[in-house]
Design a protein around this ligand. Structure first.
Ligand code: TYD
Length: 137
């Protein structure tokens, strides 16, 4: 997968004087079947999350509160997305390295995945990631 396949996806936003509402549905606003949802919170200043790639799983990440950066790499090129709104998120296809950093105080990252948790789907070594990526070329 190329970095070009990652994209910011804007979600429906129902404006309401009582407070706004956004949503996503399985395989509707996001381009995969949701098998798992997890969230990252209470991130101490300066901490870095992620730093791995997934062989098969696709993810969609929203900053439900606060802000953070997602840096994607295909082994050669890097692109940085700054997430800071609850009505859009970042779609990350499989086989892209990701690092999450620059978390603001009280930031809250909601992440949906296309597969149940499986440690075997992780590539946690960047050199190994680049090797596998080259083999797939
Ligand atoms: P990890 O995915 O490495 O965290 P991040 O990429 O957000 O920095 O996961 C950290 C730990 O949490 C790891 O030991 C596995 C566990 N974990 C689960 O048990 N289930 C899950 O759905 C996730 C995402 C992680």
């Amino acid at each position: 997968m190329s970095i070009k396949n990652s994209e910011i996806i804007h979600l429906p936003k129902i404006l309401d004087p009582r407070g706004n509402l956004s949503f996503f549905e399985n395989s509707n606003q996001i381009p995969f079947d949701i098998k798992r949802t997890y969230w990252i919170y209470d991130v101490p200043g300066g901490a870095i999350r992620g730093s791995h790639a997934f062989k098969d799983s696709h993810e969609f990440i929203i900053a439900l509160s606060g802000s953070f950066d997602v840096i994607l790499s295909d082994g050669e090129k890097e692109v940085k997305y700054s997430l800071n709104r609850s009505y859009y998120g970042l779609y990350i296809p499989n086989m892209l390295w990701r690092r999450l950093d620059n978390f603001s105080t009280n930031s809250f990252a909601l992440i949906t995945s296309s597969i149940p948790y499986n440690e075997n789907d992780y590539i946690r070594d960047f050199e190994e990631f680049k090797l596998i990526k080259n083999e797939l070329k």
